[in-house]
Write a protein that binds this ligand. Structure first.
Ligand SMILES: Cc1ncc(COP(=O)(O)O)c(C=O)c1O
Length: 317
């Protein structure tokens, strides 16, 4: 997805050529990864002839929360987020690409170091957009990483900050070296947390189980959606509780969910096949979720999809 350099980027309220959006090598964002970010999908809906951004409001709420928890000056952060709120739709329109996009709204510290009051640091913001290509494969082979999810007393998993995401580098390399697609991280209590980009669900005896937020996971927007779909649309009970490592291997089914992963069944963990290979629950959630995102099923709620309708030419009403 990141292979091709896009031509344009939204930067501090303007749509500019990609190469113009730069920071200094010694800026806080370059030196310590001081950027809070979101990953948002804008699905191309051919039947409607426009994109629809998935849970745009919720992503910006979480971005605001990450900035607040890291004490980015609130008024400055808010003014950037307010511009992003409307800017994303204009940007998606300007790109004029009739395919699914992955948007990365990001707020970063450009000048200054540890300031938290208005004027002590200068913030910058951007939204990068990448064509996602086709949906990721339906199944994924995982390992359990030897590395742990950063615990709340270090950098909270609730904060999506670039610096914390460097902690997924070694688990991802570990997964590749083992010939797997993804690494599941345990937390520092040795129970299951999540991958670097998705929540983990198991299914056992017709009940879905996922770790609670207190077990060191991001408050994933897809996780919330999937819990809702399982309970209300598929009539499958969901329990949020700690999951010991060994339970991963004994599940009837397991799947990942996240904005980029969407919903993907786990075929194996540490080379042990999961269940009998039947993936009824994972597939049912995946089909329903994708149908809603693509616009062929009614969305879950009014917030789910923000349409990016073509601009009305000036002079018309
Ligand atoms: C660490 C981590 N866990 C889970 C997720 C899934 O979250 P969401 O469903 O909000 O995309 C993400 C993606 O943002 C993530 O970075």
């Amino acid at each position: 997805m990141y292979e091709k350099t896009p031509e344009l980027i939204w930067w501090n309220g303007e749509i500019v050529p990609w190469q113009e959006a730069t920071v200094h090598v010694t800026s806080e964002v370059a030196m310590r990864g001081a950027n809070v970010f979101e990953g948002v999908r804008a699905y191309w809906q051919p039947s409607n002839g426009h994109h629809a951004m998935l849970y745009w409001d919720r992503h910006l709420d979480r971005l605001r929360q990450s900035a607040r928890l890291l004490r980015f000056p609130a008024a400055d952060a808010e003014s950037h987020i307010a511009r992003m709120y409307d800017g994303a739709a204009s940007f998606v329109r300007a790109l004029n690409q009739q395919e699914d996009l992955y948007l990365r709204p990001t707020l970063y510290i450009d000048e200054g170091r540890y300031g938290w009051k208005q004027g002590q640091v200068r913030l910058g913001s951007y939204i990068a957009a990448y064509p996602t290509g086709p949906s990721p494969s339906e199944t994924v082979a995982c390992i359990v990483s030897s590395w742990r999810r950063t615990p709340d007393p270090s950098i909270s998993p609730l904060i999506k900050v670039g610096a914390a995401y460097l902690a997924f580098r070694l688990p991802r390399i570990e997964a590749q070296q083992a010939g797997a697609d993804e690494a599941i991280l345990l937390n520092t209590n040795d129970t299951v947390a999540e991958t670097g980009g998705a929540a983990v669900f198991l299914v056992r005896d017709g009940v879905a189980v996922t770790p609670p937020l207190a077990d060191g996971v991001l408050d994933s927007i897809t996780r919330r959606t999937v819990i809702h779909l399982l309970r209300s649309s598929l009539d499958i009970p969901v329990i949020e509780r700690s999951i010991p490592r060994t339970e991963l291997y004994t599940a009837d089914e397991a799947f990942l969910c996240g904005t980029l992963d969407e919903v993907r069944s786990i075929s194996s963990i540490d080379d042990l096949p999961i269940g009998s290979g039947q993936r009824l629950v994972g597939q049912a959630v995946r089909n329903l979720y994708l149908a809603m995102c693509s616009g062929t099923e009614e969305p879950l709620d009014a917030q789910m999809l923000t349409p990016v309708k073509p601009a009305v030419p000036s002079g018309t009403s």
